[in-house]
Design a protein around this ligand. Structure first.
Ligand code: GLC
Length: 550
């Protein structure tokens, strides 16, 4: 059985990882070439975002053909080679399965639009409420109405995301059977991990207007979602105990996650939840500029940590992915304390109870893109909101400021391999601009420097494998209301771990509430920790991991 509690997952956004043929887009062969790099970091799994045939309106999250590789990324032979080479290095592959919706170019949707009733029922078509009035007032997550009118039927189809991403109708057993078929196909190729995209949106509760929000309460964690997941588990990955699964849970609740990722619930191995990453939003509104709320961040992380443990359910723990801005720019300090703050943030995540996910470049401390012109942006969500923000009356300058903070393109700039042209990502012109700071932040330099962020991540992964308390211990939050320190304890049998992190640039003394003389420091981001009895001196963004046995 794969011990996912001792494992770490490395996420690759293939388009931006490594380009092997000079066309400006990363590809599967590029990933194969960089396997030794991932191995030297120590990750156990590689999660790759979708590389199936797709018109790439949403960078592959709009799947046209689930059984074939998009030629932009390579061939099935390339995939098989990657799989073999990864296996040789003890690395397993995790595929990204997008089953809430397809691309509008998927043959199922084409047949639906051609009027084939069997395939029309693969999607969610509804009559409008009147001429020009969609069935409900729900908003698409990428902006605008969630319904698109089809004249030939005088009906609308639902798309919770882009208009080119129609939602599948999971009520239809044929849809569920097709989804199972896709999973079995990839399982037969030896795939040992699946990530399920926005999978808690697959069961729509009822189609009514939402006068309190954007409609999400009518389709999030819907009435049949647990049943669908159990069915999927039983029919596919549940038959292979080596497979690990993670569900992306959009705007979910704790109670639902007890089920999604419960030890005995036969749904998924673990969940991504996002509440801790909304602490720089205003409610659910992401397109604003507000400082992050540190207290809220701690409260949310601690609630999820302790409640999931109490219900024997498992979290995926992370700061970064291809939808989030870079964490060092977001909750750390890109300037003077770049290195210290990147290491501190890594420590917080990797010592939590849960399986850590590292997003490509995070282990180098890659920062936000700092794009200044709309031509530099590629992401459909960013482009839509740049327009919407200005329609709402914001100046262009304000709209740019907001994009610079929240755009998903912040994390999609090419991986910074070297200080050379295009950061060593491609011999051609990259599909999205390389961050200028690659002269300073790049893998080559960090591999050569023992004190780098890369080597710090490597040590964190090692710790998880060495100390059972990190993988299995329970978590006890400490000094919850401290205005700048996040500290917690982990306990497992005779082992204790004390993690202390200063989230800000000011030096301070923190009282541990116990004598820490018996603890040894197994990791920190400054040389020589300063502690005396129960007092710990913390320099700017300083963190330390203290350990004792017995
Ligand atoms: C998930 C993906 C995101 C994608 C969306 C629609 O949130 O992570 O990149 O745009 O689903 O598939």
């Amino acid at each position: 059985m794969a011990d996912f509690k001792k494992s770490v997952v490395y996420q690759i956004y293939p388009k931006s990882f490594y380009d092997s043929n000079g066309d400006g887009l990363g590809d599967l062969k590029g990933i194969t070439r960089k396997l030794d790099y991932i191995r030297s970091l120590g990750a156990d799994y590689i999660w790759m975002t979708p590389f199936f045939v797709s018109p790439q309106k949403d960078n592959g999250y709009d799947v046209e053909d689930y059984y074939n590789i998009d030629p932009r990324y390579g061939t099935m032979e390339d995939f098989e080679e990657l799989s073999r080479e990864a296996d040789r290095r003890g690395i397993r592959l995790m595929l990204d399965m997008v089953f809430n919706h397809t691309s509008d170019r998927n043959q199922w949707f084409r047949k639906a639009l051609a009027g084939d009733p069997e395939y029309k029922d693969f999607y969610i078509f509804r009559k409008g409420k009147g001429p020009g009035i969609p069935p409900t007032n729900w908003e698409s997550k990428f902006g605008g109405s969630a319904w698109e009118y089809v004249e030939a039927f005088d009906e609308y189809y639902l798309h919770l995301f882009d208009v080119s991403q129609p939602d599948l109708n999971w009520e239809n057993p044929r849809v569920r059977a097709e989804v199972q078929k896709v999973l079995r196909f990839w399982m037969d190729k030896g795939v040992k991990g699946f990530r399920f995209d926005v999978v808690n949106l697959i069961s729509k509760a009822s189609f009514e207007d939402d006068f309190e929000g954007d409609g999400r309460r009518f389709y999030t964690d819907g009435p049949r979602v647990h049943e669908y997941l159990r069915e999927l588990n039983e029919a596919t990955f549940g038959t292979d105990s080596e497979i690990i699964t993670v569900g992306e849970m959009s705007s979910t609740t704790l109670e639902n996650c007890f089920g999604y990722a419960g030890e005995d619930s036969h749904e998924l191995s673990m969940v991504f939840s996002f509440h801790h990453l909304k602490v720089d939003f205003m409610g659910n509104e992401k397109w604003v500029m507000v400082p992050f709320d540190f207290q809220k961040l701690k409260n949310i992380l601690y609630t999820w940590q302790t409640e999931m443990a109490n219900h024997r359910a498992w979290n995926a723990v992370f700061w970064c992915n291809h939808d989030q801005p870079r964490v060092v720019s977001r909750f750390g300090n890109e300037g003077k304390y770049w290195k210290e703050s990147a290491k501190m943030l890594a420590t917080v995540i990797h010592c939590l109870r849960g399986t850590p996910y590292i997003y490509q470049g995070e282990e180098l401390g890659m920062t936000n893109a700092h794009f200044t012109s709309i031509d530099q942006y590629r992401d459909v969500e960013s482009l839509n909101h740049f327009r919407i923000l200005q329609e709402k009356g914001l100046t262009e300058e304000n709209a740019y400021q907001i994009l610079q903070i929240h755009s998903r393109d912040n994390s999609r700039t090419p991986m910074q391999w070297t200080d050379g042209p295009e950061a060593g990502f491609t011999g051609g012109t990259p599909w999205i601009q390389v961050n200028e700071n690659h002269d300073r932040i790049n893998a080559e330099a960090e591999l050569a420097d023992e004190d780098s962020i890369f080597h710090y991540y490597r040590r964190l992964i090692e710790l998880r494998k060495t100390y059972d308390v990190i993988a299995y211990g329970d978590l006890e939050p400490l000094d919850i209301h401290h205005p700048s320190v996040m500290a917690y304890k982990r306990n497992w049998q005779q082992e204790k771990l004390l993690v202390v992190c200063n989230f800000y640039g000011k030096e301070l003394t923190w009282q541990a509430g116990e004598d820490v003389a018996e603890y040894s420091c197994i990791l920190g981001n400054y040389p020589q920790q300063q502690r005396d009895g129960g007092s710990i001196r913390l320099r700017p963004y300083e963190c330390m991991v203290l350990y004792r046995k017995g």
